[in-house]
Design a binder for this molecule. Sequence first.
Ligand code: ATP
Length: 584
Amino acid sequence: MLYSELADYYSRIESTTKRLEMTSILVEMLKKADKNEVAAISYLTLGKLYPDFSGIEMGLGEKLVAKAISRAAGSKPKEIDDLYEKAGDLGLVAEEVLKRKSAQLLFQPKPPTVLEIYSILDKISRSSGGGAQDEKLAWLSGLLSGLTPNGAKYLVRTVMGKLRLGVADMTILDALADLYADGDRTLIERAYNLTSDIGMVAEALAREGLEAMKNLKPTPGKPIRPMLAERLQSPEEVMEKLGGTLALEYKYDGERCQAHIIKGEVVLFSRRLENITPQFPDVIDAVAKYVRAKAAIVEGEIVGVDPNTGELMPFQQLMHRRRKYGVEEALEEIPTNIFLFDVMYLDGEDLTNVPYLDRRKRLEEIVDCSGSVKLATRSIISNIQSFEKFFEEAISDGCEGVMAKDITTASVYQAGARGWLWIKYKRDYKSELADTVDLAIVGAFNGRGKRAGTYGALLLAAYDKASDEFCTVCKLGSGFSDEELFSLPKKLSDALVKEKPARVNSLIKPDIWFEPKYVIEVKGAEITLSPVHTAAFGKIKDAAGLAIRFPRATGKWRTDKSPEDSTTTQELVEMYQSQLKKIT
Ligand code: ATP
């Protein structure tokens, strides 16, 4: 496929605000692609070259890109600057100047294919050291001069890390399901959840069809999308849900971490699947020393420990360590422990389909607890008294609550899913009506009076997993300090978009739209029915969605969560229902 053909699909995707239409354009595009192109096309359409966990980003600077455009089009740098000032998008500038140039050319240059473009972008992203800037400039201007104006527009946005077609991994999975599985996403999604690599999944489908999905296994080096917990608000409900006998584990308040051991080397991934290896040299050493396996994927919570008292520290302080100190200094100030609670892969064996109790046993066999690697404290309980006792112990040992886990043979590791096999029960529930929720920022309203110059309120949304949409639940205006309030426009500026993003479902029209990117923690008084918010619309009552009443920012930005990790509309439904139960 020529890159300019791909760019034409992008134009069509960009011109629709309907998600279904977007998916069907993706289907057409993937169908047209050759087997060896689908991986590259999948990454490129997401504005990337590799899966997120690779940590390789393009993000070329404005100056270099402007120079490359001026060189490719033979225009003066001043002209590029002026056009940029007017349009605010170097992609549009490239399109405009190349249009003029191509009108003057007698012979059009040979247009590059997607794979040619991809391989040069790959070189650009890897080039570093002395002379790298000149090299990148030469490559990029070379690419631009061979492209159609429309192709140049999208290439420029891609290299600047600003493609933003509104397509997400789940949108591509839907298109792949339409193309290869009659619209049934189950097998494809599982393969994706086990590998987090959309390109690899797409290519395997294109080469071998749906059958290939059954053979995809976890691979050390590729993070597994984390299994997530549901929540309930009383020990009684938890016990009932899990059939009376269950495992309780401490719920540590730290940073979730997946440790991959590959031939003696250790790689760490965060909850968002980012490679966080460089931030925790202490954890790397500890895992290498105390986990006995040649190849493994284990999961746990990294928690800061007070070196003076040996007590566990709260999440905030661990995050603080990152900002305040260099890594080395932080190691002394706040050493860490990692509390392992799962193993998903061990020396060639996929353990994700093995029940929880057996996984835990395998984990116990490979962990030596004499150093800073520990096992999550765990107890099997079958009555309320022991539940409450364990909960109190967890709190007094510095944890935020407990994690109840199903111990039946059905208790597999559900990668990428929030389900009832794990149920969290936190301290907050005892004292407050509602738990905090984590919501994606999708819009803002201009402030007036004292808030002139910043936003008066933000429009927040929950994630609807079934439709892959962000549905609004509240306007958030309180809980911010003045300083934070006035820093919002700058902080959110890179998510700003001109029109409502296709995956945002809103009846409200804010002054400003944002691509879902930032996730903020919110505390609300209760959940109510609302005709103006779209979360779980029609689920509880016709023509009404769910809203959060009296929302207030807690001050915590959930940078560890991607927008798709926001509280889901399904969770809101459950919170609404259990709230009703409490009242009656
Ligand atoms: P929260 O906002 O409550 O931290 P979350 O949305 O980040 O939750 P959940 O799946 O709802 O994620 O809660 C589970 C989280 O608790 C896990 O992501 C993990 O980081 C943490 N955790 C702490 N201890 C355990 C444990 N023993 N087993 C599983 N997860 C644990």
